[in-house]
Design a protein around this ligand. Structure first.
Ligand code: ASP
Ligand code: MG
Length: 427
């Protein structure tokens, strides 16, 4: 059994869906579990629906945004299925009816709850279309609702997997499907379900994680993530025109890079795979014959070149006690708990006798509250508009090149990883 994950770009229009079908056809000798994300930029479009409903409390405008999502999917379905008799149209309609109910309902359960009920429809729509299309092309695939497989707690927008129930559900359902002669199964990435049967999501870009959860539960032979890049690159080509493809990577390098913000793999993806020694292949859906990148226990990172992660819009906060006392363990534990309560991830930290510096994403919605709370207890200084570079397997010369002509506000090096907080000198 192998698990395939197709991201939004790989199913962004009718041609892309046809291409996915061809890739699947080339792997029919395996039992396939196919995890699919929402089509194209659907998740962003659905976020606008939630914004309109919740933040602006404007139901007609929310429905208008939803109408755009409907038209986008209808256009794709119209191109893939001749005539209106295909069940895909009814199945899609049922999804829209449920979202509309949700929009008409009161919003007392809060933003995150509404978000998950609405935004999850993107994955339901994409899998319905893919499932019906595979059937129409003679590929005998079953459809599984990921909410019957992945059980989470009720932490909406960041559901935490309840592994025992998920393992039970997944093995029973998926093995049952293969026992009835299906050659594969299509299911949604990104979504799960609470014990009270409410839909949750696993965090943006969470479909990779779904693929990895299912692979873990099913003891899959391998996971393939199909992307619009030829594999894992050592840098984002938008910022580094000389980016190189890595042939292979260790789990350790992959988890470090994903953690520090490499967008190619969702950070939670690696752990379940490492725990079972399941290899992860990152391949191009545009050129499936290319070798891609393989990550696994028998692999080292090759070629062993520096890998760069660039984060823009960073804020560096320096926190010190109001009375010039040491920043010691008791202060640090207060500071960490304030960051945790505000749900702000620390990208880099460093301390001196009397101050503690942290670099974070400047996410306005979260940061202003955090700063206010910090200010009641500590003296706070901060800089905005900064860049954070993380370099794994750096050379000393790499650091010099990166910081050339820029002001280095903070620097930290371990044996494998260097991090730099920089300010462009023209600012
Ligand atoms: N559709 C979701 C998102 O765009 C999940 C994913 O793509 O992995 O965040
Ligand atoms: Mg996506």
């Amino acid at each position: 059994m192998i698990v395939f994950k197709f991201g939004g770009a790989s199913v962004k229009d009718a041609d892309a869906v046809r291409n996915v079908c061809n890739i699947i056809r080339g792997h029919e000798s395996n039992q396939l579990v196919v995890v699919v994300s929402a089509m194209g930029k659907t998740t962003n479009a659905l976020e606008r629906v939630v914004q309109a409903r919740f933040s602006a409390n404007d139901i007609p405008s929310a429905k208008q945004h939803l109408q755009e999502v409907r038209e986008f999917h209808h256009k794709i379905a119209d191109e893939l299925f001749v005539g209106k008799s295909n069940p895909v149209f009814d199945r899609m309609n049922n999804v829209f009816v449920e979202v509309e109910w949700c929009l008409d309902d009161d919003v007392s359960k809060g933003y995150d709850f509404i978000y998950d009920q609405v935004v999850s429809s993107g994955e339901l729509l994409s899998t319905i279309i893919i499932h019906e299309y595979l059937q129409s092309q003679g590929l005998h695939f079953a459809y599984a609702d990921a909410r019957d497989l992945i059980r989470t707690d009720n932490h909406y927008r960041e559901g935490r997997v309840q592994w025992e129930e998920t393992l039970d559900n997944t093995t029973t359902q998926i093995n049952g499907i293969f026992a009835t002669g299906h050659i594969g199964v299509v299911t949604q990435g990104f979504i799960g379900c609470t014990s009270e049967n409410y839909t949750t999501t696993l965090g943006r870009e969470g479909s990779d994680y779904t693929a990895s959860i299912l692979a873990y539960c099913l003891d899959a032979k391998a996971v393939y993530i199909w992307k619009d890049v030829p594999g894992v690159l050592n840098a984002d080509p938008k910022h580094f025109p000389d980016a190189q493809k890595l042939e292979s990577m260790s789990y350790h390098d992959a988890i470090e890079l994903a953690y520090f913000g490499a967008s190619v793999i969702h950070p939670k993806t690696i752990k379940p795979l490492e725990n079972k020694g399941i290899p992860l292949h990152v391949k191009s859906f545009m050129d499936p014959k290319l070798s891609g990148t393989v990550i696994g226990k028998d692999f080292q990172t090759k070629p062993l070149v520096p890998s760069y992660i660039f984060k823009d819009n960073q804020m560096l906060i320096s926190i010190s006690a109001k009375d010039f006392s040491f920043i010691a363990e008791d202060h640090l534990s207060t500071i960490f708990s304030l960051f945790a309560q505000a749900n702000v991830k620390i990208n880099l930290m460093q301390n001196s006798a009397i101050s503690f510096s942290v670099c974070i994403d400047n996410d306005v919605r979260k940061v202003s509250d955090l700063l206010e709370t910090l200010k009641t207890r500590f003296k706070i200084l901060y800089n905005e508009g900064l860049q954070l570079y993380t370099v794994r397997h750096y050379y000393p010369s790499t650091i010099e090149t990166l910081s050339h002509g820029k002001e280095v506000l903070l620097e930290q090096r371990s044996r494998q990883t260097a991090q730099l907080v920089l300010r462009s000198s023209e600012k």
